[in-house]
Design a protein around this ligand. Structure first.
Ligand code: CUA
Length: 311
């Protein structure tokens, strides 16, 4: 079940601190707003003496200088203690993931270990519940911003700079994230999912992601694979275990196993893949992939069947 994307329903401790700060600000703003209205009513109905008192130098000084300075300083100190916790060192046992913002999708890397190869995926970050995760954020082109409101604050992805964000999911679930900085064209369709799994399920998933695509193919899926390799898909996309090694677009080695395609724009199924290949410029205008209107319906169906099968 996908959790509703909201700052106010935290799925981990980092987001909880932000939610608390947000509630303090909403609550404080409400109290101050009501207080100002009460003063206005008091001034209106209170008569000449009251108005003279409210207009005095002392009252203006207290209300206009002392009150904001005290309130904003307290808020600043509280905010800094939250930031202080966020910039603390990453724990030794943390999981490290690299995410690169691309126009208009997310490249996700789990680095190689002594006995396993690197795993590359797209638009979906899976993490184990309860364990700290450090995500290295960078950009391949323009400034993007990485934001999963239910799990952590927002951090920009800047070309030539590596920023870090740390988060920890307190319970399993699917959390939606999105790009929070206008990055041109279909910026609004640049979303992703964070899937928090039980640690054993996560390890199983990651081990699978590190493997090349090895599934047995039916004749139709086989036809889809040949089309993938002959119509140019392989120039931009990699499917590890096949001759497709393109790096411009998302790695599709296990594309069928993801929750969505096209950066959380379409549900993941054979029909979506076919639609996307033919109509992607309508679905996500000005995205970097050309629309393949030349392919016959049978060809599109074969490609869809092949890609959906890559789990
Ligand atoms: Cu990427 Cu907005």
């Amino acid at each position: 079940m996908e959790t509703q994307q909201s700052v106010l329903s935290p799925g981990g401790s980092d987001a909880e601190a932000i939610a608390t700060l947000s509630w303090i600000m909403f609550g404080g703003a409400t109290v101050i707003f009501l207080g100002l209205w009460a003063l206005a009513v008091y001034a209106h109905w209170g008569g000449e003496t009251v108005r003279r008192h409210l207009a005095s130098r002392e009252f203006i000084f207290v209300g206009g200088v002392v009150f904001p300075v005290v309130t904003l300083t307290a808020l600043l100190i509280y905010g800094l203690t939250l930031t202080g916790a966020r910039i603390a060192a990453t724990e030794a046992g943390a999981l490290r993931i690299e995410v690169t913002g691309e126009q208009w999708w997310w490249r996700v890397r789990y680095s190689a270990t002594v006995d396993a190869t690197e795993a590359v995926t797209a638009n979906e970050i899976r993490i184990p519940v309860g364990r700290q995760v450090e995500i290295k954020l960078s950009s391949a082109d323009v400034i993007h911003s990485f934001w999963v409101p239910n799990l952590a604050g927002k951090v920009d992805m800047i070309p030539g700079v590596v920023n870090r964000i740390r988060l920890r999911a307190a319970r399993t679930g699917i959390y939606r994230g999105q790009c929070a900085e206008y990055c041109g064209g279909p910026h609004a369709l640049m979303a992703f999912h964070v899937v928090a799994l039980e640690p054993s399920q996560f390890e199983e998933w990651l081990a699978r992601q590190r493997q090349p695509a090895t599934a047995q193919l039916t004749p139709v899926q086989k036809q889809g694979e040949s089309l993938f390799l002959s119509t140019g898909c392989n120039a931009c996309h990699a499917i590890r275990g096949t001759p497709a090694t393109g790096t411009i677009g998302p790695d599709l080695t296990h594309a069928g196993g993801r929750l969505s395609i096209a950066a959380a724009t379409l549900p993941n199924n054979a029909e979506s893949f076919s639609r996307w290949i033919r109509d992607n410029q309508h679905i996500k205008p000005n995205n970097r992939m050309p629309a393949f209107g030349i392919l016959a319906n049978d060809d599109l169906a074969a490609l869809g069947a092949y890609l959906e099968h890559l789990k």
